[in-house]
Design a protein around this ligand. Sequence first.
Ligand code: GLN
Length: 304
Amino acid sequence: MIDFQTIIDQITAEVTQEKDKGAVASYIPELGKISANKFGIYLIDDQGNGYGAGDSQEQFSIQSISKVLSLTMAFSHLGSDLWKRVGVEPSGDPFNHLSLLEMENGIPRNPLINAGAIVVCDVLVSLLKDPKKEFLAYVQKMANDSTIAYDPKVAASEKATGFRNYAAANLLKSYGNIKNDVDTVLDFYFHNCAIRMSCKQLANTFYIFMNRGKCLQNHEYLNLNQVKRVNAIMLSCGFYDEAGEFGFRVGLPGKSGVGGGIAALLPNNFCVASWSPGLNKKGNSKLGMLALEKLTTQTALSIF
Ligand code: GLN
């Protein structure tokens, strides 16, 4: 049996020694207030045993990691009709890139870049009566944790500075790929990004992707066919224009956010969440990537 606790304790001791911790995102002013010295990691195995180290119980803004959760909800409602409105190819571009959207007539490359997630939010606004309330309840149930909440300050900060997201949403609307009011869709999108979780809560939430679509309480969120596809999208698109590098170094499907979180998993084996707010140039957590690279290298556990 692998001693996950000893391994993550060692990894935490090692990566927190790094001098260059990356740069905390400041384009969303609220995120810029977080210390670059935070580091947490939490791993949950296939039996549901949890192992934490560092600041693994402290909450942070999950940002784009929420795109996997909104995708899950929309996909489970719409099935493969969802792919008429958003693709499944890596973009090779930054998460907030716009020109590809114009070249490809308003069909975003994939649901894990901003434009794709905004389309997914539009799908959910059409499907749900009270999208913010119902989406949060869905995530809370997935994690079996009713304390998970939106951070209204982060949502407001994003709204005040979300010029590129407004540009993307308006471009999508001009191509007919947003059906609802742009402000309503973006308000929902900004709130999704502003969900707060700890590494522990995030690993518990992502358990479904490791556990064939079922949460810790054994409720089914995705069927086997669907969870295979969401994991494939995470592998090829979860790290924007660094998805190749993450696959190369870590070798797991996963998703990052500009709050410095990363969630990743090995199907039927373990699920892990890390948090370190300093980002590299591609917008992914610098120490988080290093920690996960060490984890899959030391345990020899990856999809490859
Ligand atoms: N809320 C952020 C944005 O829309 C999410 C980006 C991210 O985490 N990569 O810009």
